[in-house]
Write a protein that binds this ligand. Structure first.
Ligand code: NAD
Ligand code: TYD
Length: 359
């Protein structure tokens, strides 16, 4: 891995991954590709990232000419594909953008990689297309009587997505695997669980609770709040992707996540408790939690067992949930300028208007 294209690099995980790559792999050159006009991606996420080894490319992963030119000019040997529409609620609001970016965009990149890396006379041995997927493609793992464990999926479980977001990611995953199977394109996939950490867009649960908790606004909890997710610090996820690229063989997939699941009710309670410690004047922040109508088709439980990445690649999360949450809360408290910049964007203002009635 010498020349790496990271798609979706101005998003939450993409910006963390680019930072980690540049910091930890001094020999690697990075091309950050992002459309920058979407919801969650903006240049503020890449603030401080620079130097001669980093190139910012503004562009759409669905633009075949741009993607093919970038691959040729950079001579990249690795593509880490994170660009996507990512918010389940928005996929229910308008699935079209999810089909376009997540399915068509992934196909456009795969085609470009096939044309470039599998061209006559070129050895694709050192190349890799890594698809950053999600545990949501395995669908709801809730099973009667099995509590927070449910019925865990593994990397060989058939995909059974249930939201438009998850369905579009699953379609992309199928395409990725088909390019390996049909043409021998060197691909790999990782199925990450829910991430938390710096620079996540505030429409997602964790930053939403922090932002609204600090502002003293109602914190909406869908349905009974008993839905279970597995939560992982974004840096632990990035380390897993790096390991998969460097130590994992092509054609392989790895689930990435901690052992334990956490209900939304418990998670929100823990964030409120952290806010109470740091901002006692607003305590108890849990008084702001408001049960609202459930998300249509809301999956109750995601669980993908991460045995393979532990056994094969030696990956383990460095941060347990509590320190990961504490570090995340502190990051948002310490970075009000980032929050102001995000909440000043038109896309956030219109979502707030529509979703929270302007508050
Ligand atoms: P994000 O929404 O914060 O970032 C996505 C980025 O993709 C944004 O910067 C956006 O501008 C960019 N983008 C969107 N459409 C584009 C297009 N057409 N062309 C180029 N760039 C485009 O999302 P995230 O949370 O950082 O997720 C990144 C990837 O990781 C996604 O593929 C997601 O499915 C996957 N994932 C996320 C999580 C999570 O908990 N956040 C967990 C598992 C997997
Ligand atoms: P989210 O961060 O949107 O991730 P995902 O749906 O991809 O898992 O939501 C995490 C959980 O929190 C999910 O079960 C939905 C729930 N949730 C709420 O209860 N209220 C909210 O306002 C949001 C955004 C999410």
């Amino acid at each position: 891995m010498k020349r790496v294209i990271v798609t979706g690099a101005a998003g939450f995980i993409g910006s963390a991954f680019v930072r980690r790559l540049l910091e930890q792999r001094p020999e690697v050159e990075v091309w950050s590709l992002d459309v920058l006009t979407g919801v969650a991606g903006h240049l503020g996420n890449l603030e401080g990232v620079g130097g001669p080894r980093h190139h910012l490319v503004r562009g759409d992963v669905c633009d075949a000419a741009l993607v093919q030119r970038l691959l040729a000019e950079s001579d990249a040997d690795t593509i880490v594909h994170l660009a996507a529409e990512t918010h389940v609620d928005r996929s229910i609001d308008g699935p079209g953008a999810f089909v376009r970016t997540n399915v068509l965009g992934t196909w456009t990149l795969l085609e470009a990689a096939r044309l470039r890396w599998l061209r006559p006379g070129h050895d694709p041995g050192g190349c890799r297309f890594h698809q950053v997927s999600t545990d949501e493609v395995f669908g709801d793992r809730w099973a009667a009587g099995r509590g927070v464990e449910g019925d865990p999926a593994d990397e060989d479980t058939a995909l059974a997505p249930r939201s438009p977001y998850a369905a579009s990611k699953a379609a992309a995953d199928h395409l990725v695997r088909s390019y390996q199977h049909t043409w021998g394109l060197p691909v790999s996939l990782s199925y990450g669980c829910n991430n938390l950490g710096p620079r996540q867009h505030p429409e997602k649960l964790v930053p939403m609770v922090i932002l609204r908790g600090l502002a003293g606004l109602p914190i909406p909890l869908y349905g009974d709040g008993a839905q279970v997710r597995r939560w992982l610090h974004v840096d632990d996820h990035c380390d897993a992707i790096l390991l998969a690229l460097e130590a994992g063989r092509p054609g392989r997939a790895w689930a990435v996540g901690p052992d334990r699941g956490t209900s939304n009710l418990e998670l929100v309670g823990r964030i409120c408790a952290l806010l109470d410690q740091r901002r006692p004047a607003g305590a108890p922040h849990a008084r702001l939690v408001t049960h609202v109508a459930d998300r249509p088709g809301h999956d109750r439980l995601y669980h993908t067992a991460a045995d393979r990445i532990r056994d094969e690649l030696g990956w383990r999360p460095r941060l347990d949930l509590e320190p990961a949450l504490a570090a995340t809360v502190d990051w948002y408290l310490d970075n009000p300028a980032w929050l102001s910049r995000v909440t000043a964007r038109a896309s956030w203002r219109s979502w707030t208007e529509r979703w929270y009635g302007g508050r």
